[in-house]
Design a protein around this ligand. Structure first.
Ligand code: FE2
Length: 283
């Protein structure tokens, strides 16, 4: 019995008993003589029997509603995943980056004590963080060399383009903080708004650490993957400039374990770990 069914059972029991008392009292007053007691008992039993018949119907309706909500929720999560993967594919990635970076951000979020709603928003934002890259031309997105100033401006436009994509879509709105602010820096030197400190939403500050850590630990066409020690050293040294020091502090005790999980084994593990997080916070 879930909490809704428990509440429904309690409510039906209270209403049935109240009805039984009213019906019995009415019968007692209306029916004259020896038949009064029998009529009162009969009325009370009838009221209780009605309540007992209503309960299974309420349970059935609740189960159906529950099934439909789960179906909608899993469609929502699948949509987030598909959109994130579509962008990653354009970026010549398999989607593994999205899985890793989302799981790492969620692990930091848990360490920082984020509530369920904030964790869901972090998950949605992490999966969709670069959705605006859909609007960046291939010649820039896939350019192997250095970008000039004009190209860099176009590349950076993936942030406002991402905001435009989720704008006005209530189910994607929770991803906005991470999409809009994942390139902001603690000291105000990031883009697009140059926000600083706690003016940057916490989800975006958490995500920035996860995203950079993942980039450092992953191989790219232009660089080899860094060792854990080198990557962690860069994150630690950038606390207070690029990153929120509290986020880096929360990441410190779990960084090596996350590195071993995501970069020292089967890439499918990242997907499995993320699935576990989805089950935990969405179902
Ligand atoms: Fe980005």
């Amino acid at each position: 019995m879930n909490s809704y069914q428990r509440k429904a059972a309690n409510l039906i029991a209270v209403v049935s008993i109240a009805l039984a008392i009213v019906a019995a009292s009415g019968a007692w007053l209306i029916v004259p003589g020896d038949g009064a007691l029998t009529a009162a008992l009969f009325a009370a039993l009838a009221a209780i029997a009605c309540g007992a018949m209503i309960y299974p119907m309420v349970v059935r309706l609740n189960n159906e509603q529950d099934r439909q909500s789960r179906h909608l929720l899993s469609s929502h999560v699948a949509l987030l995943e598909a959109m994130g993967k579509a962008v990653a594919k354009r970026d010549s990635d398999t989607g593994d980056h999205n899985y890793r970076v989302t799981d790492i951000a969620m692990a930091i979020g848990e360490r920082m004590g984020l509530g369920k709603a904030a964790m869901r928003a972090l998950l949605s934002g992490a999966l969709l963080h670069d959705v605006g890259k859909i609007g960046v031309p291939d010649r820039i997105l896939l350019k192997p060399g250095r970008l000039d100033d004009h190209e860099m401006a176009l590349m950076r436009s993936h942030v406002p383009q991402g905001e435009d994509i989720v704008d006005g879509i209530p189910s994607l709105e929770e991803a906005r903080d991470v999409i809009a602010c994942h390139h902001e820096k603690w000291d105000g030197s990031g883009y697009p708004r140059g926000l600083a400190g706690e003016a940057i939403p916490l989800g975006a500050r958490i995500f920035a650490v996860a995203d950079v850590f993942d980039t450092l630990c992953s191989p790219r066409p232009y660089k080899e993957a860094m060792s854990f020690e080198t990557a962690w050293g860069i994150i630690r040294d950038d606390a207070g400039s690029h990153f929120d020091p509290k986020v880096v502090e929360a990441f410190r005790p779990i960084a090596r374990r996350l590195y071993e999980l995501h970069f020292n084994g089967d890439a499918r593990r990242s997907r499995e770990l993320l699935e576990r997080q989805i089950r935990k916070y969405f179902f």
